[in-house]
Design a protein around this ligand. Structure first.
Ligand SMILES: [Fe+2]
Length: 443
């Protein structure tokens, strides 16, 4: 197994286990880990590069964080969880940064209020860049010089830190899109950005070189619209080698089917049909909480959509663009996805249905276009135990009141997601790159 950040969605981006006491093998591991670390850190900076200092400070809502904060927080993560425990001679860059850039780790100490991250004008961008360089050098040094009997633990924490930074890379894009959408001029993050699913060149060559090129598989003869899943007890959840987050396990058996899952993602055109059919005016289609939210927020269309001279447009990373009916719908909440599914006569797949269907390899755009809402509540799998220590706060303590999304989006770093990956957000959330596919009982 090679160490690679760039890999197919179902492959792990993780490190090999440290099994061999051979110094040669360990030296190769150290070098490969250092290269992967550099690749991930450089990609973060590449995503931030088009943004001005003003862009990088703004916080447009409590859920969205400033770019500068993302760059510093991911750096603090390595400092807090890797360098301080593993390198006795390490000196923190600035003792005040732990308070500013700790997100939610109670065990790691007090922290700044999340909704006020946009009020932090200092440290400025240059200081944050220096902070990143300081930590980068220290991690390089640690990888080169840590004792062999500590290498496995160093790599374990490093791998979590890299996957953590990749999650924030996607958040940098969702959060800056929300910020730029507040500007009446609707400026582009990247003028060359194109909608995922809009064709072979749908993703900017310059900004997202590693993103998969969404493409439709050739439809098999016969059953064209669905992947059929007969009634069967199946094992879901992560097992075997490679990296996974703790919330993806343990693997366990679940009764699935009979059910069929749509091969295709729901498109803008289908969503327009839902709108024209009064989808946003029909309380019978909606969950009670969903109807209350849609009414209070006056939802008439997906997030970022606006009607201009009778034509629907949407704010995107490329600026304001006309809606393309053929591409998958994006920026819909769980509440909207659920209402759409009821209108269509189907339902959102549960997690096991999604995982079983995607496991066949026959779904279109399971990865790399939009995250897909499931009707699975974000709860622990049977036998789940959070990781020990402060890192146990990473996933486990959020296992209430949220819904699981599967797959990945165009903004997810390639190699980060996998078949068992469980993303999760609150039901009203619309600023992530979220869409849906449908399922229906085939009894
Ligand atoms: Fe984080």
């Amino acid at each position: 197994m090679t160490i690679a950040v760039r890999s197919l969605p179902n492959e792990s981006a993780g490190f090999p286990e440290v099994k061999s006491p051979s110094l040669v093998a360990n030296d190769a591991l150290r070098l490969a880990a250092a290269q992967t670390f550099r690749d991930v850190r450089v990609h973060t900076e590449k995503l931030a590069a088009p943004l001005s200092a003003e862009d990088q400070v703004i916080q447009s809502m409590p859920d969205a964080s400033p770019t500068k904060w993302h760059r510093a927080h991911t750096t603090w993560f390595f400092e807090q969880f890797l360098l301080i425990p593993q390198r006795s001679e390490y000196r923190v860059f600035d003792s005040r940064f732990a308070y500013l850039f700790n997100s939610y780790y109670v065990a790691a100490g007090p922290r700044h209020e999340r909704p006020k991250r946009g009020l932090i004008t200092r440290p400025d961008l240059a200081e944050v860049a220096a902070y990143r360089a300081h930590v980068d050098a220290a991690v390089d040094n640690l990888l080169a010089n840590c004792a062999s009997d500590r290498l496995a633990e160093v790599l374990r924490i490093l791998e979590i830190g890299l996957n953590h930074e990749q999650q924030h890379q996607e958040l940098m894009l969702t959060d800056i899109l929300h910020a730029l959408a507040q500007n009446p001029c609707m400026p582009a993050y990247d003028e060359s950005w194109r909608s995922p699913g809009a064709g072979a060149a749908s993703v900017s060559e310059s900004r997202f070189p590693d993103a998969p090129r969404p493409g439709r598989r050739a439809k098999p003869a016969g059953d064209e619209r669905f992947v059929e899943l007969p009634e069967e007890v199946r094992t879901i959840g992560h097992s075997g080698g490679g990296f996974s987050f703790d919330n993806e396990g343990p693997p366990h058996r679940v009764l699935v089917g009979p059910v069929r899952v749509t091969r295709a993602l729901v498109t803008n055109g289908e969503w327009l049909a839902f709108m024209r059919d009064g989808g946003y005016d029909s309380p019978s289609l909606w969950l009670s909480d969903g109807w209350a939210t849609a009414s209070a927020e006056n939802w008439r269309a997906p997030g970022y959509w606006r009607e201009i001279d009778g034509a629907w447009h949407a704010m995107t990373l490329g600026g304001l663009r006309p809606i393309d009916s053929a591409v998958p719908v994006c920026h819909v909440s769980y509440y909207e996805a659920d209402a759409f599914a009821r209108w269509s006569g189907g339902h959102l797949p549960c997690e096991a249905e999604w995982e079983a269907a995607a496991g066949t390899g026959e779904l279109d755009d399971a990865f790399g276009v939009v995250w897909q809402w499931t009707r699975g509540a974000y709860a622990p799998y049977p036998g789940f135990r959070a990781t020990a220590g402060a890192l146990g706060e990473y996933n486990g303590k959020f296992m209430v009141n949220q819904m699981v999304l599967r797959g990945s989006s165009f903004a997810t770093p390639v190699g980060h997601a996998r078949l068992t990956y469980r993303n999760f957000f609150y039901p009203p959330a619309r600023w992530q790159f979220t869409g849906l596919r449908l399922a229906e009982s085939s009894v």
